[in-house]
Each structure stands twice: as C-alpha cells, then as structure tokens.
Design a protein. Structure first.
Lengths: 507, 317
C-alpha cells in the first residue's frame, strides 16, 4: 500500500510533477509491434519533472520509478499498466500458501543484469533484505517490514515468508520496493543504475535528458527502439512545443488538458485514459469545523462535480466518488453517494451551527489545484462556507505547512500512488487525520483475505470513506498522451508507476 | 587613478563578503527541509533527523556558513544533498549556457541600439525617427518571456524554421547551437535593446544641443561626422552606465528565458534547486550571480575613467 501522497509529496523537481506520475505505463495490447528487436531507431519521449537522483532507495518521488522501473529495473511481478492487474515478470510464476504467509516464486532462467552478472535467487534475497537494511532510507521501505524470512529454495526458486498474510505486500513487490538489484551492482545507484530490464542506463545529462539503450542480452522480447531519450521539461508549454516542432516523438504527460486542442488536428494521436491520481479535496478531520460529519457532508453536497471538471480540467478525467480508480479490481462508481444539492448542504451546515464558518483552503501551487481551487471556493460559498484560498509553494512549503504541521482546513492534492486508500485514510497521524477504527479493521481484513475477500472488503472500505465524507473526491486525473501518429504501443491507462518503454515501436 | 581603482576593489571585496552573509541568511528562513523532500512524506521523524544529520544540516550555522564560504573560495561548494552530485561542475555547465545567452543578447542589444538610438536622435523631427522611437517604446513594454513564447509559436511551431528549445554544445554542432541560441537571445535582447536605444537617443539629443557641436559644424564637419566624432563619445558615459545595469538585468532575465526555452543554464539550475531545496546549490548559484553583477558594476566604474578623462584626476565629476 503506497502513500500516494508520498509520491505526490516526495517529488522534488517540477511543480506539476503530480501529473508526471500519472503518465506511466505501457502494457500495450499489441505486443507484436514491440518486438522489432533489431532496429537501430531512436525515440524521444518528453516528460516533466526530472529525477533529482537515479537512486529510489534514498530519494522519493515519482520521476525515478517512472523512468527506470520495468525499463532498467525489473521486479518479480509487475502491474499491467492497461488493466491494473498483477502479472508475471522476473518470476515466471508464484504460489501462495493457504495461510497466505508463504510465497514461492519460480524465477525466469536466463535473465542477466546489464553489468553481465546472471540473475538468480541470491539477488532476490539480497534485494529484499537490502530494503530492510539501513541502505534504503525512503519511507516506502516499511512495506517490506512484513517479510520474516527470504531464502533461495532451489536453483531458480525463492521462498518468502511473511509474519502475517498481507495482500498489499505482493502489490508492493510490483513497485520500486520490489526492484531486483545485482549483489555486486549497488555501488553507485544515484548515477549508475544496474538492472535486468529491456533497457540499460546509458547517460544522464542533468537538466536535459536521460538516455537508455537496448539491453542486448535481455531475457524477454527485445524492444523495438535501440535508444530511448527521456527529455525533461519544466514547463508544459515547452513540452508541447517540442512535439509541435518535431524535436520529440511523444508527450508522455500533457500538463494542461486545454492544450490538447493544439494536437487534435489529425496530425497527432491523442490518447486518453485513466491514472491512479485521485484529486482529493481533503478535509482536516482532526479539528473543527471538519471534525463534524455534517460539515463534511455539507461540503460534499455543495460540489457540482461535472461542472467542476468541465471548468477546471476541460472536462478530461473521470468522476469517481471515492479513493479507487477504475483499474483497481474493487472499483465501484460512488459518485451517487453525495448528489449535488445546495439546499441540503445549507441545511446540514445550519444543523451543525456552522453557517458562515470560515475555512482556509490551502492548496499547493500545482496546475489542477490552482485551477480547481477557485471553483471549489465559489461552490462552497454558495452553500454558506466562508472560504479563504492560500497558495503554498509545492512541494517544500505545502509539505511543511499542510502535510507535516496539519495547519489547514481543506486542501486539494492528487494522490497519485496506486492503491493508496490505507496510506491516505488509514492512519490518524496522516495529514487527513482520519483513520477510523472501523476503516482500519476493514483494510486489515482485506489484506489478510483471499483475492475475493480482498475485493469485497476494499469495496466496503471505499464505501465507508465516501459515506463518512472523509474527503471529497473531485475527479481522477486523466492519462493524456500525445504522440506522432506512427508511434505504437502507448497504453491508454496508466495503472502502474512506470512509463514502460519496451512496448513502444514505430510503424 | 590607481588609488581610485584600489578603493573600488576594496568596496567590491567588502560587498561580496556581505552578500555571502545575506545569501546564507536567506537560505535559513526558506521553509522546507531537503531531507523530508528526499525521504517522502511518510518518513518518520527519526529518519528525517538521521538524513538531516547526514546532510550536515544539523551543524551550527556558523560552521555551515564557514564551510560553504571556504568551499566557494576553493571553487568547490560541495555536493548536493539528494543527488550527491558535485555542485561546482553543474554551475560551470550552467554558466556555459547562460554566458552565451547573455553575451549574445548583450551584443545584439548594443549593436542594434546604438546606431538606431543615434538615428532616432538625429532624425527626431522626421517621420522615420518618430516611428522608430514609438517602436522602441513598444519594445520596452514587451516582457522577455512573452517575446519568447511568441517567437517559439511563430518560428518553431508554425514555420518550423528553428527548434523550440533545448541546447547543444557549440563545439559539437555549431549550426544547431546557433539555431537554438538565436530565438532566446532575441527575446532577451528585445527589451534591453529598446531601453538602451532610448537612452542612446536622449543622450545623443542632449549632446546635439551642446556648443561644441556647433563649433564642430562651424569648422566644416557634416552632421553625421560631427556626431560620430564627438557626440557618441560624450553620450557614452550615461549609455555605459545603463548598459552595465542592463547586463545585470539580462543575467536575471535569463532565468525566465531559460525556462521558456528549456536551456540548462544557471537560471534553470537555480529554479530546480529551489524546488528540491538544495540549499547549498541555491546559495552557490545566487552567489555566482551576485558576484557577476558586482564585477560588472566594478567594470562599468572603471570604464567611466577610460571614456571620460575628466574622471581620471580625482573624485570630481
């Protein structure tokens, strides 16, 4: 279970970085297109938010796994970006014991690292134990705490024993926490990443671009492009202009949905899908006035979501109603829980004796937050709230004031990590200050249960969060990708945290 | 003259020393901790404290300050907290971009502004002089970033003549280098050139009314000759002052222009560092800019003396 906001917040470079995380992925359906293998062609993908370092074991932020995960580093199991399902990767297969505590992974046999070393069970043991050691410093490492023991149980087999059944752990293994390192390949992670992936690290020209080259001994199907350049832009317009003037092939993350009009002239392909980025109107559940359920409910009733989406995000994105994107197996449309009803909002506020209550909407300086902040303000004021908007520089200032000091009443931020319900709402110390016992119990049962039980309990948890108005869910950020028409293998959705490059090809 | 130079050098040194304190002080009040930015928001307080200690940010401020100043004097300000990359080479790389940009913009501004300004002055009663003068007013009013954005959308996106941004090293690809330099340099030069042209105009206009010019004409010089031989030199003192100030302005303006054109210069390095709270990088880049501005001012002061012999003998002006 990831803290989406961990990713949201951890991001160190561009203000609009949240969008960058939403882009990711691949999981293209036409795998054939990606098996060129011998072309010496190059492709250039434009992204925002350059990584601050290439070492995700000590630096948080979406940009590093976006570039390196599934491309340079691989995991035992991975998330299919299109469907959101957990699928095989370096483990060709795995078995879970009946008590849900023992996982046996069968490893692929011919994988090698880009430094020439062979991949084997020792590397798995090394990589998992390394997460638990002091070598990893980012807070994501906590997800590996549940591992009691990991050992090689065969020439190509590893067995992991957990202290308790934990479905979230397997999901964590699809993220950078589950990345496989060579026992001899961790000397200079910040600038020389070594993995088993279809691409290997070639060069990093800081401030400009990151270049990856085809890993010639890759165990899987060889990627089409011999060289991939990830070009980083700090400005959405500059990124769009780079495609319009032909210097890049793909805009991996369109920053402003209204700019899509520039590309909808038939000269480009525009891809629109879903991400994991729930744009949350968060309430400070710890303190008045939002500690009162009726005030939270009033705020939810006061927001006209379809109008809001049209006004501040050009109508692109999905209305979700709770903390679950459609690519999660337990997704249910919860937009009907709180119908837009100003009269009801007003009477709830009256009931709570809070008409005219002053609230501070302290938002980060991110495009979606700034655009939607004023819309939220006017909708809430129509229902009887007195709203003051304050913009805080993102990430540092927002992180310090809202996130760490909890000095806010409401905020707007996209929680872009996958499956982040527990991280955002299952912890009373988190900035949302929610974490009800009932919710935590449901989440625990979901983690311990069979896949069916997990789906049922997670759906219940999502319903609880929505009904209890722990926050309002403005919309789900869209995955907006624009590319030259001959580029294939771009997925619609971005369910994983990686921007998968191996499926890309040119017709 | 030597004494004057020494005195000005001493002022320069003192200004730089004071700036280090001010710049360092500002960093301390900037909210946000790089350790927390690096570790992610769910990091425990212990983890943040441990990383803060590893970064050396828990040491007494005086120690941090002296350490940094010593590093700057050795031209090695240290390594970044998060990426562990050395800061010195990044600043040098950034300078390699910014100096080209500012240099090209300055060259462009001066070579266009001086003749155009002089022409506007000489022809100030004629239609072409008035029209040029009005045009320069417009130039003053257009912000550099707007000029940049318009330039990109016309010449890169619409016409496809030039790349929309990015950078290549001149030694590797001289043509690509010039193609990428020209738009940002023009955008940056537009305002400064217009301002400079207006100063040249008014300085020349003032000199045109001086008695010596009448004398020059009386001894048979044609107007253009008189202006070239006498007026421009006399008009040069205020113009050099403005040009010096503008060079400083260009350095700062380059920060914005680098963003618009995705140039990996000092400005981009500065803004990225602010985002990630790489305090050491921020203060080092700011110091480089401060020193550059102070040195420019010093050079301008020194130039007065060369241009105007009356200033050579003492403090009188």
């Amino acid at each position: 279970m990831f803290s989406s906001s961990r990713r949201v917040l951890g991001l160190v470079t561009a203000a609009a970085f949240v969008l960058s995380a939403c882009n990711a992925g691949s999981g293209s359906e036409d795998g054939d297109a990606a098996t060129g293998g011998d072309s010496d062609e190059a492709v250039s993908v434009g992204l925002v938010a350059e990584p601050a370092s290439l070492d995700f074991t000590t630096t948080d932020g979406a940009a590093i796994p976006q570039a390196l995960l599934y491309n340079v580093y691989e995991t035992l199991v991975k998330v299919d970006s299109q469907s959101g399902e957990v699928v095989a990767s370096l483990a060709s297969d795995y078995e879970v014991s009946d008590d849900g505590k023992t996982y046996t992974f069968s490893l692929v046999e011919d994988a090698t690292f880009s430094n020439g070393a062979e991949f084997g069970p020792d590397d798995v043991v090394f990589s998992i134990e390394r997460v638990q050691s002091d070598a990893w410093t980012v807070s994501l490492k906590d997800q590996m705490d549940v591992v009691e023991n990991v050992e090689a149980t065969g020439e190509h087999e590893v067995t992991v024993t957990l202290s308790r059944p934990d479905n979230s752990w397997l999901y964590a293994m699809t993220t950078q926490v589950g990345a496989m390192f060579d026992t001899e390949g961790t000397d200079d992670l910040a600038s020389e990443p070594i993995g088993t992936g279809p691409y290997e690290f070639a060069a990093w020209d800081r401030g400009t671009d990151l270049t990856l080259e085809r890993h010639e001994d890759y165990w899987g199907p060889a990627p089409f492009f011999d060289e991939v350049t990830l070009a980083y832009f700090n400005d959405g317009n500059a990124l769009n202009n780079a495609l319009l003037s032909g210097s890049i092939d793909v805009v991996g993350t369109v920053q402003a949905p209204e700019s899509l009009a520039d590309f909808e002239n038939g000269d480009y392909q525009v891809i629109e899908g879903t991400t994991n980025g729930e744009v949350v109107l968060s309430f400070n559940n710890e303190q008045e006035p939002f500690s009162d359920l009726r005030v939270r409910q009033a705020a939810r009733h006061a927001i006209d979501h379809p109008t809001l989406l049209d006004t501040c995000w050009a109508g692109r994105g999905e209305l979700i109603g709770s903390m679950v994107p459609p690519t999660d197996p337990w997704y249910e449309d919860r937009t009907g829980d709180y119908e837009f009803d100003v009269a009801k909002a007003e009477s709830l506020l009256q009931e709570a004796d809070a008409t005219g209550v002053e609230v501070r909407l302290r938002i980060p300086t991110l495009p979606y937050a700034v655009a939607c902040g004023t819309v939220v303000e006017s909708m809430l004021e129509d229902a009887g709230f007195e709203v003051t908007i304050e913009e805080l520089e993102f990430p540092a200032t927002w992180l310090e004031e809202v996130f760490t000091a909890h000095d806010y009443d409401m905020s707007i931020v996209a929680h872009v990590e996958p499956r982040d319900m527990r991280a955002v709402f299952g912890n009373p110390d988190y900035y949302t200050g929610y974490g009800s016992g009932e919710l935590i119990a449901l989440l625990d049962e979901a983690d311990a249960g069979t896949p069916e039980e997990q789906n049922a309990k997670m759906a219940e948890a999502a319903a609880l969060i929505s009904e209890d108005a722990a926050a309002d869910f403005l919309f789900l950020l869209p995955n907006l990708v624009v590319a030259k028409p001959d580029i294939t293998g771009l997925p619609e959705n971005s369910a994983s945290i990686s921007f998968e490059l191996a499926t890309l090809a040119r017709e | 003259m030597l004494w004057q130079l020494t005195r000005r050098l001493a002022v320069l040194g003192a200004s730089i020393a004071v700036s280090t304190v001010v710049v360092f002080g500002f960093m301390q009040v900037l909210p946000g901790n790089p350790a927390r930015v690096a570790l992610g928001v769910n990091a425990s307080e212990q983890a943040v404290a441990r990383m803060t200690a590893e970064y050396g940010l828990d040491r007494p401020l005086v120690v941090q300050y002296l350490d940094w100043v010593a590093g700057m004097l050795r031209l090695d300000p240290g390594v970044e907290y998060i990426s562990r990359a050395a800061i010195g080479p990044q600043i040098i790389d950034g300078l390699g971009v910014t100096v080209w940009l500012v240099g090209a913009a300055m060259l462009l501004a001066v070579t266009v502004a001086v003749p155009v300004g002089a022409w506007m002055a000489i022809r100030h009663r004629h239609a072409d002089g008035v029209a040029l003068s009005a045009l320069s007013q417009v130039g003053v009013a257009v912000p550099a970033f707007l000029a940049g954005i318009v330039g990109i959308s016309v010449f890169a996106v619409r016409l496809g003549w030039l790349p929309s941004g990015g950078w290549v090293v001149p030694a590797q690809d001289p043509v690509g280098f010039l193609q990428r330099l020209i738009l940002p340099a023009i955008a940056l030069a537009l305002v400064q050139g217009s301002v400079l042209a207006r100063y040249v105009r008014s300085a020349v206009l003032e000199e045109l009314q001086q008695d010596y010019l009448r004398t020059a004409r009386a001894k048979g010089l044609r107007p253009a000759q008189a202006v070239l031989r006498h007026t421009l030199r006399n008009a040069a003192v205020p113009v050099v002052t403005v040009a010096g100030l503008q060079l400083a302005g260009l350095l700062i303006g380059a920060v914005v222009i680098e963003r618009v054109f995705v140039l990996p210069g000092l400005g981009s390095l500065l803004l990225d560092s602010v985002q990630s709270r790489e305090l050491l990088t921020i203060q080092s880049v700011v110091m480089v800019l401060v020193v550059a501005v102070l040195v420019i001012n010093f050079v301008v002061d020194a130039l007065y003396v060369l241009i105007d012999p009356r200033l050579r003998t003492g403090g009188r002006r």
